[in-house]
Write a protein of this length. Structure first.
Length: 195
């Protein structure tokens, strides 16, 4: 008998963020493309991220292939602190706490105490699968070389340390104390933020 937590579906149902079972692991769809070549059958090209290891793989399925969708639930949590056990979060609705190892959190170095994140749980056994930061976060620059007035060379960057201890690349005009908006998907500088 099949587990009711897994739903069989067609590759036409693939979309970004969908969680599915593949090779005895649970993956989240990062990118997908339905391809209909002039000759031959259609197929779906995907980029999948393992929710247990964080590893990203490429996979291609024929268009009629059956996939096993995993039901997940997103819950809002607040980041409290880090200790020897991992990162500690509190559910913002029922105040339950959960500890996650750093492998389950992409860009954990950008998390600031008190920031809100989403934790994905497998609804079958209520285990946490991964934690997702908001797409953009604002952090203060705590150390960088001083900017030089008039130094606006195109695309030139320098290293900067933000309040969480993470190091990012910023434009030359950014100074200590500036707030910067960071894209958590790749840890890149987006823009200077208002205080």
């Amino acid at each position: 008998m099949r587990d009711q937590n897994f739903k069989m579906a067609n590759t036409s149902e693939i979309r970004n963020g969908l969680c599915l079972k593949h090779n005895n692991d649970i993956y989240s769809v990062v990118e997908f493309l339905h391809v209909k070549p002039g000759k031959g059958p259609a197929f779906v090209r995907t980029k999948l991220k393992s929710l247990t290891s964080g590893k990203v793989i490429d996979n291609t399925w024929p268009s009629s292939h059956k996939i096993e969708i995993v039901r997940v639930e997103r819950r809002k949590y607040q980041y409290l602190y880090k200790d020897d056990m991992g990162f500690n979060f509190m559910n913002t609705e029922n105040y339950e706490q959960v500890t996650l190892p750093s492998e389950l959190i992409e860009r954990a170095e950008l998390m600031k105490e008190g920031s809100n994140i989403e934790v994905l749980f497998n609804t079958e056994d209520d285990t946490p699968l991964t934690a997702e930061l908001p797409q953009y976060i604002i952090l203060e620059v705590t150390y960088t070389e001083p900017g030089v007035k008039g130094d606006t060379a195109t695309n030139a960057t320098k290293p900067a340390t933000v309040e969480t201890g993470a190091e990012i690349r910023v434009p030359l005009f950014i100074n200590e104390g500036d707030l910067v908006k960071i894209d958590t998907r790749d840890g890149s500088y987006v823009e200077r933020a208002k205080k």
